[in-house]
Design a protein around this ligand. Structure first.
Ligand SMILES: [Zn+2]
Ligand SMILES: [Zn+2]
Length: 321
């Protein structure tokens, strides 16, 4: 099969063996895979990953136990060891021995086929298009915020960042509060949100904010260490910051404000796929409008160039030629 392989230095297209599913695993033909910032970071050396990257996908089960063959699916990306205390407590995504699809010790979705345990799979209802379904993983991560903080109908919330993840988070948060403000650096990306009726502002215009207008909830999803510094500046004392970004560089931060202002800082990563599927099924969110390019695996260089360019949103790889 064709697959994109990262050897620790560069990504290349190569001929790989079709993986063999173990017992209780399924062989999945990948239809589409999304390129996310984590993938771009992996190509910069994040987590020392080698192998096939890619963790956002929609595919079809080719080989698997029971009723699985033929099903259109997506899959949870963390695979716990099943034995440690975290796994036994139902927190396999925090298992210290976990592998993660296309991120840590497990080949991922930038290939014609992948394998995953069937317990990781979620059937995707027909009413959800392939291009919407490829967003289930990042949408689940966006909706995770709603499990961690209660948002009131009229609560003022600032969301920092206008990239792919922020775009999804914004679509989720606007269903919770009318007072959402998305703050970014790219007018074109912000326009994408204003078209949906979401209020936006450029970061440079917010440097002198009236202390009374500071929100008590700031979501940071800029993908940059400076985002947390800005969140600290914007958050009201005794407020909450939810941190979504992971980055390679260590953040040079003055955290004393966190202490002085008694701000709660919450880390937020993966979320429940079932919830994301329900949002898509009910048409509450239709993320396919974020797709800015679809490329064949062979055209991966162009695809990654597009994905790392300033004004791009979601770039998709079409994994079947
Ligand atoms: Zn991702
Ligand atoms: Zn474990």
């Amino acid at each position: 099969m064709n697959a994109l392989w990262f050897d620790g230095k560069r990504l290349s297209l190569r001929e790989n063996k079709i993986p063999r599913p173990e017992k209780n695993e399924a062989l999945i033909q990948v239809l589409y895979a999304g390129i996310c910032n984590t993938d771009l970071e992996i190509l910069q050396g994040y987590l020392n990953f080698t192998g096939i990257p890619g963790h956002e996908f929609i595919g079809r089960v080719i080989v698997g136990p029971g009723q699985w063959p033929g099903k259109r699916v997506t899959g949870e990306i963390n695979l716990g060891c099943g034995k440690c205390a975290s796994c036994k407590a139902g927190l396999s995504r925090h298992c210290p021995n976990r592998t993660v699809l296309g991120i840590s010790n497990r080949n991922g979705a930038f290939a014609e086929y992948l394998t995953l345990p069937v317990e990781n799979l979620h059937p995707v209802p027909k009413s959800i298009s392939d291009l919407d379904a490829v967003f289930i993983e990042p949408l689940a991560a966006s909706l995770r915020i709603l499990d961690q903080v209660k948002i009131r109908k009229n609560q003022s919330v600032f969301l920092l960042g206008d990239g792919k993840l922020s775009q999804l988070i914004a679509r989720a948060l606007r269903l919770e509060t009318k007072k959402l403000l998305v703050i970014g650096k790219h007018p074109e990306k912000l326009q994408h949100l204003s078209r949906l009726g979401i209020k936006t502002a450029l970061a440079k215009d917010l440097m002198k904010i009236d202390p009374l207008k500071k929100p008590d909830l700031v979501i940071e999803a800029t993908g940059r260490p400076s985002g947390l510094q800005m969140a600290l500046k914007l958050c009201r004392p005794a407020g909450t910051i939810v941190l979504k970004s992971t980055f390679q560089q260590s953040a040079n931060l003055d955290l004393s404000q966190l202490v002085v202002d008694e701000i709660d800082l919450i880390g937020s990563r993966c979320g429940e796929f079932g919830k994301a599927i329900r949002y898509l099924q009910r048409g509450k969110i239709a993320p396919a409008d974020l797709v800015c390019g679809i490329y064949q695996l062979e055209d991966f260089q162009e695809a990654f160039k597009r994905a790392s360019s300033k004004n791009s949103l979601k770039v998709i790889l079409q994994c079947q030629s």
